[in-house]
Design a protein around this ligand. Sequence first.
Ligand SMILES: N[C@@H](CCC(=O)N[C@@H](CS)C(=O)NCC(=O)O)C(=O)O
Length: 263
Amino acid sequence: MSSVRIPPTASAVSSTIKHLGYNPRFFTSHGGAKGVKRVGGERRKYSITMSSPLEVCVKASVIIPNKLGDCPFSQRILLTLEEKHLPYEMKLVDLTNKPEWFLKISPGGTVPVMKLDEKWIADSDVIAQSLEEKYPDPPLGTPPEKASVGSKIFPAFIGFLKSKDPSDGTEQTLLNELASFDDYIKENGPFINGKDISAVDLSLGPKLYHLEIALGHYKKWTVPDSLPFVKSYMKNIFSMESFVKTRGLPEDVIAGWRPKVMS
Ligand SMILES: N[C@@H](CCC(=O)N[C@@H](CS)C(=O)NCC(=O)O)C(=O)O
């Protein structure tokens, strides 16, 4: 994909917001950041050298102008940037009226899209992997054998959310997936790779946030108390400073699912 320069006032429906990573203690002479951060209860040192913030296109709010929207794939990348203490510049994209410059850098029309080494790359899997390779410190990689833990929860949630027939088994499918995740976290937690958060949690956390808000709103449904490890996993992730900073508004999550649930 060729790189396209985005003018600062590229579109009335996009806006740019700069973030300086995770409140780094101080900036290095290279424009990077150094500091100490708690990861999963452990103090870790970090040091990043960067000349300018990384540019990332994410979903804009459908409710409030110039606010971050509700996309779990965008949040996954913002969380990765936050947890790696990388300064970044968000470009908010109105997906209901995609600007021309955005379609040039993301021909599929999806967010997130991120500029790395002068190239725009799409797809949160590819972006997260590229960030891990280019900025390995602090490491967030998940061992391959654990990378798909919890991956069936999101499709099961969508199946149940869209279902209009209470006896079609979609609720039970979701409960089964959550129950097997509960067992896994009980044995291996508090995070999927043990005591430290890793890439797979940064992908699953935003999806569970959608699950909680959308099912609460549309079906008056909550994760049952019989799954305490799923509940504490969600609580741990949702209360992280980086998560609170990068999540969409609950109203945006609800509005984002409305057409899919109503159709
Ligand atoms: N597989 C992609 C999925 C990204 C995706 O579906 N993003 C949604 C927003 S949450 C999107 O851009 N949809 C296009 C649209 O709404 O037109 C990824 O992981 O990045």
